[in-house]
Design a protein around this ligand. Structure first.
Ligand code: CUA
Length: 677
């Protein structure tokens, strides 16, 4: 046995034995022989290490639960939104190692995303109102589902700031599409998928006139609106189909988080609202600021949308096209029984459907309860048309008392709820700064674990599917205060990994996230992800998933002058570009087509062109197309930006742009002697 391995094995045995010691002290006495064995196996080295680093037995146990030796893979992927970073962060659990940032709405140089090739078109498709958008506020990632379970194929993510939705393919972890409805100006209730990913749900946040046109605020009640958008997803193509998508118009109540029903609640979608007051600020115009006027009412409305009926209406053409998007108007929605409201306490935030689909759990930011609604009761009230009244827009309201199964007192400021495989729910409690574990069956609080600090969302292993795993939970803390070494006034966020598998909740690990404010995350079993190692066939364009019409084969590299400009057909393979010298003329429209001919895993080449803001990442088999105008004469080195081989530095060349008009200055004198000559 190699020495390193046997030492590692001894360490593990020792630490496990220490855990046994702790347990034995807790009443399960394994006898002094066990303790003696522990000390023996750990040896003085481990004891000294623990003493030197001031580690308790609990610390060592936590370390053993997260430590992942070299070469070993994590059990879960955590897909977290990157917040202001406009991307998605992929993290391994339990090690909490960052595996990747997936560029989505924001240019990302390492991946060559938005630096010259076809990914520019994806980013540009997300521009709005004639503005180039180079940031986003990514909020809720949603893994694609089959029968209510994550299937590991796609990931969707919403941009709250600009009301956009993106599609990421988990075969290559690349963003394939960005869509926007032209209807709404912000979203928060996005993205959530229906149980078979027929639709991706995006719900507006701040009410606005549809299409973003100017309407004065005193017309707020009449002209401002919210919407729940159902983006049709074509699983075969892996793309959203805007033409088959539709929206349901909603009153201007500042809709918040959403979730899709499953199993018995399949066919319904739910979202909260936080401003049934219809306040819109004006603290310098004689009105109270939003924060107080939003929170006057004790109850707001849980929105219950029958999306299957809505889909039928859309298919039957009962829509109005606004800004090119199909909208089921409020009157049509009411007339056809697809929209109902139920009061919900107070300043509600999260709405989460239980694994069996029977319960809808709502947390009110200024309340102390998790409120559990029953879909059976809701369905019966709707079927019986038993209403308590109507809102000012005519939407029928169901009775709060008759819709709920009960409430659990869990602490001040409940937000979001996730579930495990033992019938427990875990609700983040922001103001009290804890995660509360409670039992779904009898609605009893079991335990609270402090968060450091101000927990927002939380993500349990497959914790919002029909079959949660238990095991792990990540608390997504908004504040980090004293958790990490100081880095100036702007602190990272803190992800705290929690072990759910023991009787008591145990905090295992703190992970700083210094990129944006990751908002929500989903955790999927690693063996469900089937990522490809290389692009096949060679010459694949990741944005179309097809062999690119301009793909270049080895030996067929060439330069062609055509009416639309100069086409350069280039290949990259260790360790050269062919051609490695490119001549064009000032003013030429340049079409650069580069194929990475490599078929070995991880044999990525970069392509950087001096002073042109061009940087590509060419994964094995990948093809990229770059269009630009050679508007400045000069000599521009180009080189490979990935350390691909021992001769990586030599993987370079010259891009020469000859001036239009011949130089009038005399040529420089010839050097007396050539270097090395
Ligand atoms: Cu190719 Cu470095």
């Amino acid at each position: 046995m190699d020495r390193r391995r046997s030492h590692a094995a001894r360490m593990v045995v020792a630490a496990l034995a220490l855990t046994t010691t702790v347990l034995s002290q807790g009443g399960c006495d394994l006898g002094s022989a066990g303790v003696a064995r522990a000390a023996d196996a750990g040896g003085p080295g481990l004891q000294k290490l623990m003493k030197d680093r001031n580690l308790s037995e609990a610390d060592v146990t936590a370390a053993l639960k997260t430590y992942t030796p070299t070469g070993r893979h994590d059990e879960y992927y955590l897909f977290a939104s990157g917040g202001h970073g406009g991307n998605v962060i992929v993290i391994g659990v339990p090690s909490m190692r960052i595996l990747k940032y997936v560029a989505v709405f924001t240019p990302e140089p390492w991946q060559g995303y938005g630096y010259g090739d076809q990914s520019d078109d994806i980013l540009a498709s997300g521009n709005r109102h004639g503005h180039t958008l180079s940031w986003a506020d990514t909020h809720h990632p949603a893994l694609s589902e089959t029968k209510g379970d994550y299937d590991g194929r796609y990931l969707f993510i919403g941009d709250k700031a600009n009301a956009r939705v993106a599609v990421v393919d988990l075969k290559d972890f690349v963003t394939k599409q960005i869509v926007e409805s032209n209807l709404i100006e912000s979203d928060h209730g996005g993205t959530f998928v229906t149980p078979n990913t027929d639709y991706v749900i995006e719900t507006s946040q701040y009410p606005s006139p549809f299409g973003g046109e100017y309407v004065p605020l005193d017309k707020f009640d009449e002209a401002y609106r919210g919407a729940m958008i159902f983006w049709k997803f074509d699983r075969e193509k892996g793309r959203i189909v805007p033409a088959e998508s539709f929206a349901v118009e909603l009153p201007p109540y500042t809709q918040d988080l959403a979730d899709a029903g499953k199993l018995v609640s399949d066919g319904f979608a739910f979202c909260n609202s936080i401003n049934t007051e219809r306040a819109y600020g004006g603290d310098m115009e004689g009105r109270p600021p939003m924060e107080s006027s939003y929170s006057q009412n004790d109850m707001d409305y849980l929105h219950v949308v029958d999306w299957r009926k809505a889909e039928q209406l859309a298919k039957a053409g009962k829509t109005e096209t606004i800004k090119g998007f199909r909208v089921i108007r409020l009157a049509t929605a009411i007339e056809n029984d697809i929209l109902h409201f139920i009061p919900e306490p107070k300043s509600p935030h999260g709405v989460d459907v239980s694994p069996d689909g029977k319960d809808i759990v709502v947390g009110g930011k200024l309340d102390t309860h998790a409120t559990v609604y029953s879909i059976e009761k809701i369905k019966k009230l709707i079927a019986d048309k038993k209403y308590e009244g109507k809102d000012p827009y005519g939407v029928p309201i169901l009775s709060f008392q008759e819709s709920i199964r009960g409430q659990v007192e869990i602490g001040l400021g409940p937000l979001h709820t996730q579930f495990d495989d033992q019938g427990n729910a875990y609700t983040s409690v922001f103001i009290e700064s804890v995660v509360a574990k409670w039992n779904l069956k009898d609605l009893k609080l079991i335990e609270k674990l402090p968060a450091h600090y101000n927990i927002g969302h939380l993500a349990a292993a497959e914790g919002d599917t029909v079959s949660p795993d238990g095991r792990f939970l990540v608390m997504m803390d908004k504040w980090a205060i004293d958790r990490f070494a100081p880095v100036g006034p702007l602190l990272p966020q803190n992800f705290q990994l929690v072990d759910l598998s023991q009787d008591k909740l145990q905090l295992l690990y703190d992970m700083p996230l210094p990129l944006g404010e990751p908002h929500y995350a989903q955790m999927i079993k690693a063996d469900k992800i089937h990522a490809e190692e290389i692009y096949k066939p060679a010459g694949t364009n990741p944005l179309t998933d097809q062999k690119d019409p301009f793909a270049v084969e080895g030996g067929k590299e060439r330069v062609e002058r055509k009416p639309d400009g100069v086409h350069i057909y280039m290949t990259a393979i260790r360790s050269h570009f062919t051609p490695d010298i490119v001549h064009v003329k000032e003013g030429d429209q340049v079409h650069l087509h580069i194929t990475n001919l490599e078929q070995a895993q991880d044999a990525t080449h970069g392509f950087a062109l001096d002073s042109h803001n061009i940087q590509l990442s060419l994964e094995p088999g990948e093809h990229a197309n770059v269009d630009f105008v050679a508007d400045k004469p000069g000599v521009f080195p180009m080189y490979c930006t990935e350390f691909c081989s021992a001769l990586h530095l030599e993987m370079a060349g010259y891009f020469l742009v000859e001036p239009k008009v011949a130089e009038t200055k005399p040529a420089p004198a010839k050097p007396a002697k050539r270097a090395g000559g």
